[in-house]
Ligand binder design. Structure first.
Ligand SMILES: [Ca+2]
Length: 460
């Protein structure tokens, strides 16, 4: 036992140390580059042509795991370049640390409790697991109910389609056939989280090249959803990546995760080469976000507790990048960005009216981002309990104001949950719960959370 536990502790310590180093470097960088210049695009592209749009969605990657975010070992030259050329928000967030609801938020600009896709899968059926569950009638009926929720609200690809865009889905997509998301073209036919779509990046980039050729032939602007299942497991990157990361990583499982991160980065390089060769005018708006975090457990292939499926920053924080050469100034911002902002930001930038009731803001509006002092999120059960009533699936709500983060459990589901308050500046890995010594702050932030989603107020 002892001979196993000491190396594990060493792994944990080295990971923690690497994390602090990354944070320290990131903070130094952000202090140096903070700027309040205008971010507004100056109209459409060459000859008034509407820009193309690319949404890059990383899958299961911690916010620290990029060269440009200060990681000590990882090499991500293509994402680093994208960040250099973008309006880069280092403090970006997604509301939920689970794939399906997070992707639905990116597609719709709404919180999960608003679009009602809160969980990855429909309610579990006793006695059915894995493939048996996923192929059951109950699963299909439940998934269709979730699909109906997506079809009930405007999606970014759907709005762009109405504006004459051709829109392509590749990679992860949970809501059945790609057309349910408003895509005119796509790879996913309808099985669980993407079927044929999951080959993008890992096996091929051809559908993207062919799609752009099709749109160009029809003289139409295009939008691409690039959401490869990377660096998501299986962590099975080609050998050349693992050969590089293995000597640097504290364990084999970390080396394999890191190899997938670098593999993913290479696909971004390929994507950029395709875009730049097929759109020589560079009139393409690119947005980058991760759907949820992942901190690799050094001892086994799973994720560490304070990452995916948790309300901690390891699960919900991500850099958010917005790039449009010649239109949006490349700079770094310390303001919050949130995935609910992506749809209104993209639509505003290209001169299309967004649905009026979206909760997000325009990230290109300096005043709006600098005046927003608090952001919110919500994490739900992996399998829904009730597909129509979001609060019945709720595990935690969270809010961040300045350096403070409050996490409020739904004790109907998190029976042992307690209110947690963290000072993210002093304690970025959220180890020291300060709730008991800051009761007024807990109350104030708790009231903000209740006002944001009143149906789940603490007093109810
Ligand atoms: Ca994910």
């Amino acid at each position: 036992m002892i001979s196993q536990s000491i190396p594990r502790r060493l792994f944990r310590f080295s990971l923690l140390f690497a994390g602090f180093l990354a944070l320290f470097q990131a903070d130094r960088l952000s202090q140096r580059v903070h700027s309040q210049e205008t971010r507004q695009p100056a109209g459409n592209g060459p000859a008034g042509k509407r820009p193309n749009v690319v949404l890059i969605v990383s899958d299961d990657q911690a916010w620290t795991d990029y060269g440009f975010m200060g990681h000590a070992h990882l090499r991500t030259p293509n994402l680093d370049r994208l960040a250099r050329e973008s309006l880069t928000f280092r403090r970006g967030y997604v509301p939920a640390s689970l794939c399906c609801p997070s992707l639905a938020t990116i597609l719709t600009g709404r919180f999960p409790h608003q679009h009602k896709i809160t969980s990855n899968d429909p309610p579990a059926v006793p006695g059915l697991a894995g493939k048996n569950f996923q192929e059951s009638e109950a699963f299909k009926v439940g998934r269709e109910r979730m699909n109906q929720h997506l079809r009930a609200v405007p999606t970014l690809p759907g709005v762009l389609k109405e504006q004459g865009y051709l829109t392509l889905q590749t990679g992860k997509f949970w809501q059945g056939h790609y057309s349910h998301g408003g895509f005119t073209h796509g790879m996913t036919q309808g099985s669980r989280h993407g079927d044929d779509g999951l080959q993008i990046g890992r096996k091929t980039m051809k559908p993207i090249e062919e799609f752009i050729d099709t749109a160009t032939q029809q003289d139409k602007p295009w939008m691409i959803w690039y959401a490869p299942m990377l660096p998501h497991d299986p962590h099975n990157a080609p050998a050349k990546y693992l050969e590089r990361t293995r000597p640097l990583a504290p364990s084999e499982t970390v080396a394999k995760y890191w190899a997938n991160v670098e593999w993913f980065d290479d696909t971004i390089g390929e994507l950029m080469r395709i875009i730049e060769s097929k759109d020589p005018t560079n009139n393409t708006l690119i947005v980058y976000v991760t759907d949820n975090g992942w901190i690799q457990d050094p001892a086994n292939p799973r994720y560490a507790p304070k990452s995916k499926q948790s309300p901690y920053d390891g699960g919900v924080r991500t850099p958010i990048l917005v790039r449009w050469p010649g239109k949006i100034a490349a700079q770094q911002s310390t303001d919050f960005a949130h995935s609910i902002d992506l749809m209104p930001t993209i639509l505003k930038a290209i001169g299309v009216d967004a649905p009026k009731d979206l909760p997000g803001i325009d990230l290109l509006d300096v005043q709006a981002t600098s005046q927003r002092k608090i952001i919110f999120g919500e994490c739900f059960t992996h399998n829904a309990n009730n597909l129509d009533v979001p609060k019945e699936n709720l595990r935690w709500r969270w809010a961040i104001q300045g350096k403070w983060k409050l996490i409020v459990p739904n004790t109907a589901i998190e029976k042992d949950g307690v209110v947690e308050l963290y000072d993210l500046q002093a304690d970025p890995t959220e180890e020291r719960n300060l709730a008991s010594t800051n009761r007024q702050l807990v109350e104030d932030l708790g009231e903000e959370i209740d006002a944001w989603w009143p149906e789940c107020s603490r007093s109810r």
